[in-house]
Design a protein around this ligand. Structure first.
Ligand code: ADQ
Length: 486
């Protein structure tokens, strides 16, 4: 059995702020890593002097290897290229993207540094699984150092429309670098189709029905692997004493009222502003919902150093304040807006107490909250999921009420329909979704991806790798210009 090496921007175990989001994904990966005596590699989350030497420790049978980054790296690679270029672009917000060459340089520099550090850790038969938009050029940087191992990439966020992607000055170098992977995984067909369209139109590439794709004189394999949650584990948490306490408390404040729940990071892609306005429209259009329904919005602050994220806070404060001022009564507030995160059991209890799960991102790779809401429901009396058609999850969860989150009327109508839905219909819809998320859980996602990766034809033979190895003058750890990100 070869070792698994997982590479991601942050290593979950070192992530304090993200502890709340450690659900099925972390568990699925940790299980696979422990089983194969594997390594999880990523940024420590700390700043420090530049180094290619990771800090290595062992945790529950997994080797955790982390690198500190310089303050300039954090600013250019993480806050810059990753979160001020790729995040807005891939979520179709090019109005918020800032195309600065220094960001591209920082992105390339950190990917080169990760590659240099990884090369010392990787053994010849290890399998590497690289996660997300922070690390797209990593495989190319590794190949240039002579690595011939199988390397897979999974994109957690959507792939953008070609017409928008070409606004990125480095679009071709970025896409080309992905061809150094043996397998590129997407959350749903729609994102894979968008990638294929770019390759066919912009790079005169060829797409085969098997998922094999060729361009730039190279070929690789694409696949669709919808990420899942630990559905059975989450359902068990929802029935635990901790969850029951939060359920009871939430239910007591909502007697004779329908609670609608939304849980997100404070992120423009999640559609919080439109959602608040949809609640306002609901109360305008359906006055019988006044004092009868309310939204519990749990919103965890996210990426505070990125301006477009920080600027959302005063807007959401003002909007919820205005709507509450307009409609609230002595003992009822239409929007309960909480800027905080909750532990898994507390969250599960809140999901279960809510008659409606309102998941309306404007664009989202998958959206795990939709799956958690379903998994937390009482099978005898489940709530109704309302889901944006622009979340990757909508391809799988067609028994939700699918809405267009840009249409306030559409969302308001769906809320009323959900609140009035008879129990037999609620149970039938819930059962279909629950069966599906149990079948396609986090463990299935992980093993489907790794099986597909292990069955690919190795991308680069040893002989080819030595041809594309960097020359002595290229050296290690520097230079955005090499593959054109700067
Ligand atoms: P995210 O954009 O972070 O993930 P999502 O899939 O919804 O979005 O996952 C968020 C996780 O964090 C959930 O497990 C949720 O319970 C938790 N969470 C969010 N807010 C919280 C809060 N206030 N308190 C406690 N927990 C909270 C990215 C992509 C998604 C993709 C995932 C996984 O953007 O599209 O589904 O990766 O691939």
């Amino acid at each position: 059995m070869s070792r698994l090496i997982v590479v991601s921007n942050r290593v979950a175990a070192s992530e304090k702020a993200g502890a709340a989001s450690m659900g099925g994904l972390t568990m699925a990966l940790s299980d696979a890593l422990a089983f194969s005596d594997g390594v999880w590699f990523g940024w420590s989350g700390k700043t420090g002097p530049a180094t290619d030497r990771p800090d290595i420790r062992s945790q529950n049978g997994v080797t955790i290897a982390t690198l500190d980054l310089e303050a300039q790296d954090v600013s250019e690679y993480y806050n810059g290229f990753a979160n001020t270029v790729l995040w807005p672009l891939f979520h179709h917000r090019i109005d918020l993207a800032r195309y600065e060459r220094a960001f591209g340089d920082g992105y390339q520099r950190v990917n080169e540094r990760f590659a240099a550090a990884l090369c010392d850790l990787v053994r010849p038969d290890d399998v590497l699984w690289v996660h997300d938009y922070h690390l797209m050029p990593l495989a190319l940087a590794l190949r240039r150092r002579g690595l011939t191992n199988r390397i897979g990439f999974f994109l957690h966020i959507p792939w953008p429309a070609r017409e928008l992607l070409v606004t990125l000055p480095q679009h071709q170098a970025l896409v080309r670098s992905l061809f150094a992977y043996d397998l590129i995984g997407f959350q749903c067909e729609e994102w894979r189709r968008a990638f294929q369209a770019y390759v066919e139109i912009e790079a005169a590439g060829r797409v085969q029905s098997s998922g094999r794709i060729s361009a730039f004189g190279e070929s690789t394999t694409t696949g669709v692997f919808p990420i899942g949650i630990d559905a059975r584990g989450f359902a068990a948490i929802a029935a635990s004493p901790g969850a029951t306490r939060s359920y009871t408390r939430a239910a007591a404040t909502g007697v004779f009222r329908s609670m609608i729940i939304s849980v997100d990071r404070v992120d423009y892609a999640k559609g919080l502003e439109a959602r608040f306005m949809a609640i306002e429209r609901l109360l305008e259009t359906y006055p019988d919902m006044i004092e009868k329904a309310f939204l519990l919005q749990v919103a965890q602050p996210s990426r505070p150093e990125v301006r477009a994220f920080a600027e959302l806070h005063p807007r959401l404060d003002a909007l919820s304040g205005r709507i509450n001022g307009r409609f609230a009564t002595v003992d009822w507030t239409p929007i309960r807006y909480l800027n905080r995160s909750y532990g898994r059991d507390h969250l599960a209890g809140l999901y279960r107490a809510a008659r409606v799960g309102l998941v309306t991102p404007l664009r989202d790779g998958m959206n795990l909250v939709a799956k958690e809401y379903v998994a937390a429901q009482d099978p005898q009396d489940p709530g109704v999921l309302i889901l944006s058609r622009f979340a990757g999850a909508a391809e799988q969860m067609d028994q939700a009420l699918i809405v267009n989150p840009y249409s306030l009327e559409d969302v308001a109508d769906a809320i009323v329909r959900a609140i009035r839905m008879p129990k037999p219909e609620r149970i039938a819809r819930w059962r279909t979704m629950m069966d599906d998320i149990e079948r396609h859980d986090a463990a299935a996602w992980r093993s489907d991806f790794l099986r597909a990766l292990r069955s690919t034809t190795p991308q680069v033979s040893a002989a080819q790798a030595s041809v594309i190895k960097p020359s002595a003058t290229e050296g290690q750890g520097g230079g955005g210009s090499r593959v054109g990100f700067g």
